[in-house]
Design a binder for this molecule. Structure first.
Ligand SMILES: [Zn+2]
Length: 208
């Protein structure tokens, strides 16, 4: 399985293209969907899914063009679904660039799985940054896309609309008990890391 990282837009969101053979998944097309589409063409990859780890505008700006030009299914957790089409809730209106995403084709609950080739991608609902923030876990490949929930030695802010500090605490705790040391984490911003590298820091931050 291959992973390419694009750092997109003013907020430097990590957009990830994951693919194997001719099929792929795009996580968080933040901006410049033209670059992603060009890359997919170059590699001859059709994305089956466009997955949003949450619906803040900086992670979804490329949704519409990507979905309309590739036919991929847009996927998001149930609790961020409405945020996609609400320019205030997804915060784009505050940037004087209101953005309305297309609606999702698949809305996931905690523990739901997406099939990708022979892989299962599990939706781990991790609210706190937003109500529907989720991590997407390739359990066989030991790879997890953590969105704006978990970064390397940091976690997502909880002071935006729909943010919740207690939920964030519980979500980080859930990740602590779910992920393995060797799991490779790909966050919504900043560099990737092995979960084991930050485990002690997380334990101390959580006071557990
Ligand atoms: Zn965010």
């Amino acid at each position: 399985m291959n992973i390419e990282t694009f750092v997109l837009g003013d907020f430097e969101v990590n957009c990830y293209v994951v693919w194997d053979g001719n099929l792929g998944v795009v996580f968080d097309p933040g901006d410049h969907p033209d670059l992603i589409i060009e890359f997919l063409k170059e590699k001859n990859v059709s994305p089956i899914y466009v997955v949003n780890t949450h619906a803040h505008f900086d992670h979804i700006l490329g949704n519409n063009l990507l979905v309309s030009s590739t036919g991929a299914k847009l996927v998001i957790n149930e609790f961020d679904s409405e945020m996609l089409t609400d320019a205030f809730y997804n915060l784009s209106a505050y940037m004087s660039k209101p953005f309305y995403s297309v609606k999702p084709s698949l809305v996931l609950k905690d523990g739901d799985r997406l099939n990708f080739l022979n892989e299962e991608i599990v939706c781990i609902h991790t609210p706190g940054h937003t109500p529907g923030s989720s991590c997407f876990y390739f359990t066989d490949k030991k790879i997890v896309f953590t969105g704006d929930t978990l970064f390397k030695f940091s976690y997502g802010r909880t002071d935006l609309i729909g943010g919740n500090e207690i939920q964030m605490y519980n979500s980080l705790k859930k990740l602590y008990y779910t992920l393995d040391d060797n799991d490779l984490c790909f966050p919504g911003h900043g560099e990737s890391f092995k979960f084991g590298e930050i485990k002690l820091w997380l334990k101390e931050s959580l006071g557990i």
